[in-house]
Design a protein around this ligand. Structure first.
Ligand SMILES: Cc1ncc(COP(=O)(O)O)c(C=O)c1O
Ligand SMILES: N[C@@H](CCCC[NH3+])C(=O)O
Length: 434
């Protein structure tokens, strides 16, 4: 296991642990690994993921809870298999994710389907395989679900996604629980749905769902959202609408910047759920994504060259925004460290990729031990929303992914070949009119 914050047992606020060495990750020598696999590549620690799963399960002891991993955080089949083997289900937002989850061995009865834009085809496909629940986000979607379920002569199980109008105090682009956001419906609207619940005779509307955003570092927004959902659940029960499941979504934040980001502990998070939902006898669903995998992943990259500029010195890496979009998209901070422990004087760099965009910047004015061409660096906490948001921009192939476990490694996705990148493209011929 790498001696970093990511190796600290999950469930603790771990940002205070100072990394001393980055030469090994889950027992694997990273210099040797980078001689076998061309950089850039993503490496994930299976041990670190297992630690997180166990920590969450421990915090949930005594509750009838199902953890549905948010596939969007890391959809690699080997990662999903690891989750499935640990008994987790999936939170999906597309038929592509549904197929991945099923392919990885996740049973349909542990799959929930969220998202504002489920198409009729996607709803039909998910109904067909008998998923556990649809988290319904609009009246139109509820009508579509009813229509398709009737045609299939089945009853769909559904929860209303509540938009509680709570500020998750996270980046605006990943906040989902404010009334101005496209997600979910207000409690007033949900109340009207339940009042006409019986008219949806092919939809069993007996669940509530809430997800207020991602990378949340304070327990208070969770408390606020849960309090609103809990009050509504009690109101519905009194009105004769039994609620059999409450899905509290995901959103737990992780440490991207050692010493600065202080994640909520699983103990505090689950205590907030227990307190808000005291007396709830149904099934609790959770949809963590980032928290399970982010700190279990690193992006290995080599310095292509050091370029002295007139105002700044640039460290140009072989990884780029197509391998990890978060810094370009959200100005997100990721700790970046050399793999070698060799003592060197410190220097200040703008750390950039080779893509032809100024936004292809991993860090500005970052202090790092002096680097030279060929040096191996780690970009940390890239296990979530790294490969899942990767692209082939600038015709760069998708990077390899490697799973590490106690000194051994397995390639779980090889680097994309050029032929795969252009597969499906063809010269314009056989012109037709539509
Ligand atoms: C409905 C839903 N559930 C779960 C998640 C996972 O969130 P996170 O990775 O922050 O745990 C998301 C993404 O934000 C989501 O949209
Ligand atoms: N893609 C975002 C998280 C979005 C969560 C999905 N609703 C990130 O990298 O932080």
């Amino acid at each position: 296991m790498m001696k970093t914050t990511s190796a600290t047992p999950a469930g603790t606020t771990d940002a205070s642990a100072t990394p001393t060495s980055h030469s090994h990750f889950d027992g694997v020598d990273l210099q040797l690994l980078a001689e076998r696999i061309a950089t850039p590549f993503h490496a994930y620690s299976a041990s670190a993921i297992h630690q997180r799963i166990e920590a969450l399960k421990t915090a949930l002891v005594g509750l009838d809870a199902t953890i549905c991993f948010a596939v969007k955080a890391n959809p690699n089949l080997a990662i999903l298999q690891l989750m499935a083997n640990a008994g987790l289900g999936a939170d999906i937002v597309s038929v592509g994710e549904l197929r991945r989850a099923l392919n990885a061995g996740m049973p349909a009865e542990r799959i929930v389907f969220s998202g504002v834009g489920k198409s009729a085809d996607e709803i039909a496909g998910a109904l067909n395989v008998g998923i556990m629940r649809f988290n319904v986000e609009s009246l139109d979607e509820l009508h579509t679900l009813q229509r398709i379920a009737r045609a299939q002569e089945v009853t769909a199980r559904a929860a209303v996604r509540i938009n509680p109008d709570v500020d998750a105090q996270t980046h605006a682009k990943i906040s989902t629980g404010k009334s101005e956001n496209k997600f979910g419906v207000s409690i007033d609207e949900a109340r009207r749905w339940f009042a006409q619940r019986k008219s949806f005779d092919h939809v069993q509307l007996d669940g509530l769902h809430v997800h207020i955003g991602s990378q949340i570092l304070d327990v208070q927004p969770f408390r606020l959202a849960l309090a609103r959902v809990a009050a509504f659940w009690r109101e519905l029960e009194h009105a004769g609408h039994p609620i059999t499941s409450i899905d509290v979504g995901g959103g737990l934040g992780v440490c991207y910047r050692a010493g600065v980001d202080h994640p909520v502990s699983t103990t505090d998070y689950v205590a907030a759920i227990r307190e808000a939902l005291a007396g709830f006898r149904g099934r609790l669903l959770l949809e963590p994504g980032r928290w399970l995998v982010a700190e279990a992943g690193v992006l290995l990259t080599r310095v292509i060259r050091v370029k002295p500029g007139t105002e700044r010195n640039f460290l140009i890496l072989d990884a780029a925004m197509n391998d990890l979009l978060r810094p370009s998209l959200y100005d997100a901070w990721h700790d970046i460290v050399p793999v070698s422990d060799q003592p060197r004087p410190m220097a200040t760099y703008d750390i950039v990729g080779p893509v032809c965009e100024t936004g292809d910047t991993f860090a500005s004015a970052r202090e790092l031990p002096e680097c030279a061409a060929g040096d191996l660096l780690l970009i940390k906490a890239t296990g979530a929303y790294g490969t899942s948001m990767a692209s082939t921009y600038n015709s760069r192939p998708l990077a390899a992914e490697v799973l590490l476990h106690q000194g051994r490694y397995a390639v779980i996705r090889r680097r994309q070949h050029f032929e795969e990148m252009i597969a499906g493209e063809q010269p314009a011929r056989n012109w037709k009119t539509p």
